[in-house]
Ligand binder design. Structure first.
Ligand SMILES: Cc1cc2nc3c(=O)[nH]c(=O)nc-3n(C[C@H](O)[C@H](O)[C@H](O)COP(=O)(O)O)c2cc1C
Length: 280
């Protein structure tokens, strides 16, 4: 029987030193969207508790769609200052041997009105609460949806390069991804709305973008192809080159999660794959 202090290896291969985790709790401690000393201090203290996993609070992928002022924002590849700050944050969170995962989020229509009076959302459906806490949402265009998906990927890459052990896509609590999932907030009649599969497409593609950008399978595929080609040119009488190519393509091009996405989302997912391949 496993015990709470036994290590735990997640399906991704990430090994947690024990089974205690701190769940995501929004901090509101960023300095103009950047992590600083206060975040380092609180994460170093949480790490010192001995907990095996710390999950950050909302890190927003769009500065116009915060969950609250004071969120960390990663909406582009970090400059040198941001890179250092992310590294220092991750280092503090891992200072006692535990792991750290960054939660990525977009508030959509639940962006506070003081941040944005006209936030973007799947459909123009206001948050049905008294008061004027949230603004009047505007429905996203197809291009804007793709840009958001891409930004989740960029933020995931920044997290990985900053030393975070993974990312968690926030798809709950009424924020953008769950706005896509719910028929109450998603009234679209294009490929992002309607059936459950359509409403779940954004979730699948955001997750896939984070995965693609962090693992960069196309890059690995390309490197493999060039290597295989070089071997083939050097020793054309052997089959090593083509065999290595096939091996690398099957190993890196189609990842298990992709098989599931392909089965579930078919054409929508294939179209997205094509787009990702153009970008990488
Ligand atoms: C102060 C506070 C901030 C929170 N911030 C986030 C957040 O940024 N992201 C998130 O997914 N959940 C957030 N949550 C929800 C928690 O992660 C957790 O799911 C919730 O508190 C239920 O767990 P509990 O019953 O142990 O409190 C927050 C909760 C609290 C109390």
């Amino acid at each position: 029987m496993s015990r709470i202090l036994d290590s735990l290896t997640l399906a991704s291969g990430l090994m947690l030193p024990n089974r205690l985790a701190k769940t995501a709790m929004t901090e509101g401690l960023a300095e103009n969207g950047r992590p600083g000393l206060e975040l380092q201090t609180v994460y170093r203290r949480w790490a010192a508790s001995g907990v095996g996993l710390l999950i950050s609070g909302n890190v927003m992928i769009d500065r116009d769609h915060l969950e609250r002022p004071g969120n960390v924002v990663i909406d582009r590849m970090p400059d040198a200052d941001m890179r250092t700050r992310l590294e220092q944050w991750a280092e503090a969170a891992k200072s006692s041997g535990g792991k750290v995962i960054m939660q990525l989020s977009h508030a959509g229509r639940q962006t506070p009105a003081r941040v944005n009076k006209h936030p973007k959302a799947p459909s123009a459906v206001r948050v049905d609460l008294p008061g004027w806490q949230f603004g009047d949402p505007i429905a996203l265009t197809e291009d804007e949806i793709h840009a958001i998906i891409d930004r989740f990927g960029v933020a995931a890459t920044a997290a990985r390069e900053g030393g975070f052990d993974g990312v968690q896509v926030h798809a709950a609590h009424g924020y953008l991804i769950s706005q896509f999932l719910s028929p109450k907030t998603n009234r679209r009649n294009d490929r992002w709305g309607g059936s459950l599969e359509n409403r779940a497409t954004a979730t699948a593609l955001v997750t896939s973008a984070a995965y693609h950008h962090t693992r960069n399978p196309m890059y690995l595929g390309l490197v493999a192809f060039l290597l295989a080609w070089a071997v083939y040119l050097a020793v054309p009488w052997t089959l090593i080159g083509p065999l290595a190519f096939v091996l690398f393509i099957t190993r890196f091009q189609i990842i298990p999660e992709e098989r599931v996405l392909l089965q579930k989302f078919g054409d929508a997912y294939k179209a997205y794959q094509r787009q990702v391949r153009r970008w990488i």
